[in-house]
Design a protein around this ligand. Structure first.
Ligand code: WT7
Length: 570
């Protein structure tokens, strides 16, 4: 039996057979079953204080928000976005939106104005919930370019002109709301992700995804009522929604939300004081904990910890075993993507771990290793021995159902009944999958997927820059670090000051998480005959690796004297 079938038996469905809605499974059904007093979410504030929301609180507040959306004229299918840090209003918005059958899109709060504008436009966002400061810096200046954005709700302070206040909206609304009939295929969530070409992709998920959230939380994280679960991912990314918001609550557990950022001492204190029993985190954080040394974990009582798991980047064998030594639990590596919506391949608790491997496909997931052939427009796949692209048989419950406004791109992601992941993997003789690399030019930095084009297009907005190519270079902590190669406009000479100015420009527009850390000037960039910058070649040259197939390379001008480089200070 697949893990999906198991999960379906444990889910309730809306009363009177009115379908399946994520918010009902995560919140309301627990209240109906008499568990309203149970702690749903515990917020650990920066100042050390704690804020608790019971399942009943969350049920009522999210019903109020659903009524508020209704009063704003929001209809099923309309998109509601958040641009918020990890505050209670984000979680209330999430479930209120789903209760209203609107579509939730959480935007990463550390994004600069450019990624925010692009996503609000592409997602055709109608309602945005944010803070006064975020609004003033990132949204108000471009509001006229966002015709779909009809309502902005400000959670703090006096709402500026053209916006509404959270308090007013909530206090005017009833806390009773009956979720309208919801089909499993109704849109529920949008997650932005990055590809090699074009603008970011808006992956659409439906209410049926909750089957996979529940199934994987049980099968891979062993979550259940009574567990204290801490997912360290930011809710602005898919992990922070699937496992930071939905999964723990569907399972009736308590979710810990840390409003502050990473800090080793604080993190160990949270694990110990909150008696975290299941912990889902990421390799960059694990590497930083390893760096911080083994005395810190020894000073904390971590005996409540039952399962530790990791996602987002390759987790090396050493880190898996460090967990066993230092925390008393090995890390279970898990693999999935924005498009898969939930864990697909994992080292499962209770089974022997294979350190360094991503794991094995869950029961109900059919994973294949294939080679892609491009026959004109059409893509054909062929099973391959050794390493190849990871492909998944289409049809699992949390499979994305489209890229908003990009039908062709969606279709191109499938071939022969399989979804093509863009990851290169190897399957060993026992059926374990090992990560090999990406098949394309996207970059993984601190667990975040970054599309080079989005960064390059911001670099091109700098008045001195003529062309830009961005690559990821290996970094011992964050996995990959962004490095930019640029050519300058005629007559402009590159020096360190200009380099710093370009990096500062990129940081301002993109935000710290997606801005390059280094820039170097080049007289020319390697390009294909059709004019595309060959990032693969930039990277191979930077790392001293074989240059590979150069048949499409355009003739390059002779190299001039050594180009100046600039590094960002942080
Ligand atoms: C990409 C997806 C997974 C949800 C959060 C990120 C890489 C993911 C692993 C792993 C090696 C991994 C892949 C994948 N990735 N998990 N266990 N080992 N690489 O979702 O931002 O869509 O990123 O993250 O390259 O395609 P995402």
């Amino acid at each position: 039996m697949s893990v999906w079938d198991d999960a379906r038996l444990r889910l309730d469905g809306l009363p009177d057979g009115r379908g399946l809605n994520i918010a009902h499974e995560a919140v309301d059904r627990h209240v109906i079953r008499g568990h309203g007093d149970r702690l749903a979410l515990r917020f650990l504030r920066r100042d050390g204080s704690v804020g608790d929301l019971s399942y009943r609180d969350l049920g009522r507040d999210s019903s109020r928000f659903a009524n508020g959306l209704d009063a704003l004229g929001i209809c099923p299918g309309d998109v509601v976005a958040t641009l918020l840090e990890r505050v209670p209003e984000l979680y209330v918005t999430a479930f209120g939106t789903l209760k209203a059958r609107a579509v939730l899109c959480t935007l990463y709060a550390a994004f600069g104005p450019e990624p925010v504008r692009v996503r609000l436009a592409k997602g055709r966002v109608k309602v945005l919930v944010t803070t006064a400061a975020q609004y003033a810096r990132k949204v108000e200046p471009v509001r006229r370019e966002l015709p779909d954005l009809t309502s902005v709700i400000i959670i703090d302070g006096d709402p500026p002109p053209g916006t509404a206040g959270w308090q007013q909206l909530m206090s005017a609304a009833s806390d009773r709301w009956s979720i309208p009939a919801t089909s499993e295929d109704d849109p529920a969530l949008i997650h932005f992700t990055s590809g090699t070409t074009g603008t970011p992709k808006a992956a659409l998920h439906v209410h049926q995804a909750v089957v996979a959230h529940e199934a994987t939380a049980v099968a891979v994280l062993a979550l259940g009522p009574g567990d204290v679960f801490w997912c360290t991912a930011d809710p602005g990314w898919v992990t922070g929604v699937s496992y930071g918001i939905v999964a723990p609550l569907v399972c009736g557990a308590t979710g810990i939300v840390d409003e502050a950022g990473f800090e080793p001492e604080r993190w160990y204190r949270i694990l110990a004081e909150q008696r975290v029993s299941v912990w889902y985190t990421a390799p960059t954080a694990i590497r930083m904990l390893i760096k911080a040394g083994d005395t810190l974990p020894r000073r904390h009582d971590l005996r409540a910890l039952r399962v530790a798991a990791s996602v987002g980047e390759p987790l090396d064998a050493g880190a898996v075993l460090w967990g066993r030594e230092a925390l008393g639990q090995p890390f279970h590596d898990t693999w999935w993507q924005t498009e898969t919506g939930a864990i697909m391949i994992a080292n499962r608790p209770g089974e022997p771990i294979r350190p360094g491997a991503m794991g094995r496909p869950l029961a109900g997931v059919e994973a294949a290793v294939v080679t892609r052939h491009q026959d004109g427009e059409a893509v054909r796949i062929e099973p391959t021995e050794g390493s190849g692209e990871l492909a998944l048989r289409a049809g699992w419950p949390s499979m994305f159902r489209g890229y908003l406004g990009d039908d062709a791109r969606y279709r191109a992601a499938f071939a022969g009944g399989f979804y093509l992941t863009g990851d290169l993997v190897r399957r060993d003789g026992d059926g374990w999958f090992w990560f090999v690399g990406r098949a394309d030019d996207v970059i993984k930095s601190a667990g975040r997927l970054i599309g080079p084009i989005e960064v390059e297009s911001v670099l091109l907005q700098h008045p001195a820059v003529a062309e830009a190519g961005v690559i990821g270079l290996p970094d011992p902590t964050v996995g990959e670090m962004l490095k930019a190669f640029v050519t300058l406009k005629d007559g402009i000479a590159g020096d360190a000051a200009l380099g710093r100015d370009i990096l500062a420009h990129a940081r301002r527009r993109l935000g710290p998480a997606t801005a390059p850390r280094e820039v170097v000037f080049r007289p020319a960039l390697p390009k294909t005959r059709s004019g595309k910058i060959m990032r693969r070649l930039l990277k191979a040259r930077e790392l001293g690796l074989p240059e590979g197939d150069l048949s499409t390379l355009e003739d390059e001008p002779a190299a001039s004297s050594a180009p100046p480089e600039a590094k960002a200070s942080s």
